[in-house]
Design a protein around this ligand. Structure first.
Ligand code: GDP
Ligand code: MG
Length: 181
């Protein structure tokens, strides 16, 4: 009888990055497959869940959508990283400062997850706003790939608003997460 019961493991996935890069919208896209018409600034942390079927095994991703610069982050940050299974580092491809901030976010992760080897993913959001005719003011895919390689991360470019094909590579992120966990 036990073989008929479906196992369902839950994984905690942290969504990290500067304010306004689209963490809340991306979390929404990953879990609800749509783009919210209005988002409030995140206070502290919000949770969303997504169930996945990976090679016949059901798993549940519990996404922790965190706030970027709230004052009380310091007191919350240890809770964020406690028993975490994966971290998504989000930046905005049209906002180079959000890319520069990644080093600090990675350092926060390192400090709060001592001893744990956590799968980490680099996610460039707002790909729909990329202007191919411009070379400045945007983060190139080459920059992202070399950064990801240097930090041993998988990298993706996507758009919470207008993903390449319906759920597009947002779906790839979910699957990669499921496979890595
Ligand atoms: P957070 O602070 O990182 O949680 O960012 P939000 O999810 O609240 O998004 C900040 C703003 O960026 C909102 O106005 C969103 O509508 C917008 N936004 C988020 N993702 C995308 C995207 O992929 N493309 C575009 N064009 N706008 C986006
Ligand atoms: Mg938010």
């Amino acid at each position: 009888v036990s073989s008929l019961l479906t196992r369902c493991r839950t994984f905690k996935v942290l969504v990290i990055g500067d304010s306004a890069v689209g963490k809340t919208c991306l979390t929404h896209r990953l879990c609800a497959a749509d783009f919210p018409c209005r988002v409030e600034a995140t206070i502290g942390v919000d949770f969303r869940e997504r169930q996945l079927d990976i090679h016949g095994e059901k798993i549940k991703l519990q996404l922790w959508d965190t706030a970027g610069q709230e004052r009380f982050r310091k007191s919350m940050v240890q809770h964020y990283y406690r028993n975490v299974h994966a971290v998504l580092f989000i930046y905005d491809v049209t906002c180079p400062t959000s890319f520069s901030s990644l080093a600090a976010w990675i350092e926060e992760c390192r400090q709060n997850s001592l001893g744990q080897e956590i799968p980490r993913f680099l996610v460039g959001n707002k790909g729909d706003l990329r202007d191919p005719s411009r070379t400045d003011g945007q983060v190139s895919q080459e920059q992202a790939m070399s950064f990801a390689k240097a930090h041993g991360m998988m990298c993706f470019e996507t758009s919470a608003k207008n993903p390449p094909n319906k759920c597009g590579n947002v779906e790839d992120i979910v699957v990669a997460l499921g496979v890595k966990l």
